[in-house]
Design a protein around this ligand. Sequence first.
Ligand code: F6P
Length: 479
Amino acid sequence: MTEEPQAKGRPTSPGERGKQLVVVANRLPVSWIERESPGRQYGWETSPGGLVSALLPILRERAGAWIGWSGAAGQAPEPFDHQGIRLRPVQLSAEELELFYLGFSNATLWPLYHDSVRFPEFRRSWWRSYVDVNQRYAEEAARSLEDGGTVWVHDYQLQLVPAALRERCPNAHIGFFLHIPFPPGELFAQLPWRRQLLEGLLGADVVGFQTELGRRNFVTAAVRYADARRIDDEVLEWRGRRIVARSYPISIDFTAFAELGADPAVRSRSEEIRDRLGRERKIILGVDRLDYTKGIDKRLKAFETLLARRVNSDLPSPVLVQIAVPSRELIPDYAEIRERVESYVGQINGEYGTLGRAPIEYHYKSIDQRELAAWYLAADVLAVTPLRDGMNLVAKEYPATRVDGDGVLVLSEFCGAAHELVDALLVNPHDVDGMAHSFERALSMDEEERRTRMGSLRDQIASTDVYAWAEGFLEDLNR
Ligand code: F6P
């Protein structure tokens, strides 16, 4: 495989240089790619996304390592270097893939932490596997860590790692960041292993959340179920140690998306898209992992309501382009939502389409960042309407890409991004009529209002990019 360009990014602040940093996340920041043409090519490719591009330059500077899973069950590859960073793969057997990853992480914690929009299953065999796998990640981290080094643990799959690591490395600086929501007390209370999970997190020095709401829910749960003592809103005391709980809303590489938005090839691809879909038609775009938390089915219902209202109108009918990225397909709830979404798309197209012109264009695939940026430029409206979402970075990528200052963001009140992006059209995704009304309002908004709102969204996102996010967290951790 040809050598990839190294992820750029801002360097860390001078005070942090030289201190070793180890990142622990469920997945490694690379995937194994095999391409048949042109010529057979294979190798590790850096995964796209803000978190990876923010952390790689910091890790390079701080002689760090990244511990994670390669994405395949069975024997883990030997540790290897990628773009100047030591990657240490953790092994997951086929059974652990089922019990730890598909089971406890994604069929217990994932639905429970997303407002129980699907029923979370509580199975003891899944929990036991979660404990074992978390211990393994902690052991691997301990092996890579110098005395007094810094470890940054990520996300819901690894909530027991901070305490497991604290036992092995009492002097380490341990940080944990939860990328998804931390649920309200009445939901978290259902978890049979709630105390153990909280004790796992309380092994950290700094526990970070996407929103103030998440931080508050955690602090309340830690006091109630793990006997932590509240010192103030952001500080807990537990077993003689102080733990900071704070919100750090994650962001994106604003400049990288703005550069894509200004790239002539991306712009010309977006013109092609507009020509193909019909210049006179307005485009509403949805881009989501195909996950039941994203509310794609409700979005389709709202779009259908909009079409029904416009049946006798002279306005050209809009097109909804839904890009659904395949995800966790082995979990029954994911297979079910895919079936539901696809049959609904067929039904709406059957009812409202004309020959050669469907009201919904549906793609079930991953797309690369350049193609995604072209879609962002082509879209008059971006609909981000999850039922619950930790942050939702698509909601930040769209305004960042719109260097032309146009476009409207319709955003669910129930995602973390809604706390910051107050100039979006905020919607309740459970209110189908309300959402249809907001689509209508977005499609007919005058240019001045569009530009004013988009300008504020862009300013907001530019002011706190993913590099500032990572620096802010690490500064607190190394204080
Ligand atoms: O948002 C949570 C998250 O786990 C991300 O970290 C990840 O990129 C995404 O969901 C996809 O999840 P998975 O690793 O299960 O494919």
